[in-house]
Write a protein that binds this ligand. Structure first.
Ligand code: PLP
Length: 337
């Protein structure tokens, strides 16, 4: 049954391909806490260059990448401003507050879409002893709870241009910035240069079992290395994991468009406006989510319940065209579409 399941819950469910496993098995390794793992170093240098930054750090998860990234640009007692549905405040267990003493303040956005003016209006000055100072703004691209929405480049630019004069930093949660790049055609370096710190994930659309990379200035990455060790994220012969990430850049990044096409196909078959599907996620609203999820599961299709009335489908490497068609058949019949 497991092999016949079409698992559309998330793009994190992928398993490493035979080619990726071979790359992992053959990786040259060393002790990365001593910064002596050549494969990790190669990955860090490659990702830093891709995003137009001086340096990078391999971390175990997107959560660690985000939290260290935010700590680099925000002191305890200061605040980070972000969208109310951002991953950093919704799914990271209150880490900014619990671990770093960082206060977060949220703004309700329209479906996760960045509105630079709306955020800027909420920023509090750093030289007023009555107020919690806003040290940074966090942006998510693509936006997970926004259904894989690609942030508009003009808004990213407006925020960045304003932030330079205001002394406010920008952190990018780029867990799926690869999908944004493929969908929009905007260079990864363009996205990278519009952020002071950015965390990018390999264990989502790129299909590795683990791994994220944080990019920033060399000085900030030196500090990030200390934070990673302090949080228990110092890893040893971890080139086996970095090799999977290098493999993914060569073999899986170029195929992400296929996931986006599959999402379009699902949208068409399920009566979702294709314009609302920008990358690899399809959101189905106004339904009894637990009932639909249960009935789909009984027919071998796994979906994710975002809320009582909303279901999310995520396309990825491990679901081919035939799987997408099967999922569309099952869901179309269940939803009478
Ligand atoms: C937008 C976004 N940011 C960060 C993360 C965190 O990644 P991880 O699960 O590796 O901690 C996720 C995970 O799904 C995500 O969707």
């Amino acid at each position: 049954m497991a092999d016949r399941l079409v698992d559309l819950r998330s793009d994190t469910v992928t398993r490493p391909t035979p080619g990726m496993r071979r790359a992992m098995a053959e990786a040259e390794v060393g002790d990365d806490v001593y910064a002596e793992d050549p494969t990790v170093t190669a990955l860090e240098e490659r990702v830093a260059a891709l995003f137009g930054h001086e340096a990078a750090l391999f971390v175990p998860s997107g959560t660690m990448g985000n939290q260290i990234g935010m700590r680099l640009v925000c002191e305890p007692g200061q605040e980070i401003l972000c969208d109310a549905d951002a991953h950093v405040v919704t799914y990271e267990m209150g880490a900014a507050a619990a671990i770093f003493g960082i206060s977060t303040r949220t703004v309700v956005s329209s479906g996760g879409r960045l509105d630079a003016a709306q955020l800027i209006e909420q920023v509090r000055p750093q030289d007023n002893w009555h107020l919690t100072a806003t040290a940074a703004v966090a942006v998510e691209n693509t936006h997970n709870r926004g259904g894989g929405l690609v942030q508009p480049l003009d808004q990213l630019r407006a925020l960045w241009d304003w932030s330079r004069g205001a002394g406010v930093a920008v952190h990018l949660d780029g867990a799926r910035v690869w999908n944004a790049h493929v969908a929009s055609g905007v260079d990864l370096a363009t996205y990278g240069r519009l952020a002071d710190t950015a965390s990018v994930c390999f264990s989502k659309g790129l299909g590795t079992p683990v791994g994220s990379v944080l990019v920033a200035s060399a000085e900030r990455i030196a500090t990030a290395r200390l934070w990673r060790k302090r949080l228990g994220g110092g890893m040893r012969q971890v080139g086996v994991l970095a090799a999977a990430c290098l493999y993914a850049l060569d073999h899986h990044l170029p195929r992400l468009g296929e996931d986006h096409e599959h999402a379009q196909l699902l949208a068409e078959r399920l009566g979702v406006d294709p314009a609302t599907v920008q990358t690899n996620m399809v959101v189905l609203d106004d339904l009894e989510a637990p009932l639909v999820a249960e009935a789909a599961k009984a027919q071998g299709v796994l979906v994710s319940q975002v809320s009582a009335r909303r279901i999310r489908l995520v396309t990825h490497l491990d679901v081919d065209r035939a799987g997408i068609e099967r999922a569309a058949d099952v869901l179309a019949e269940l939803l009478d579409r």
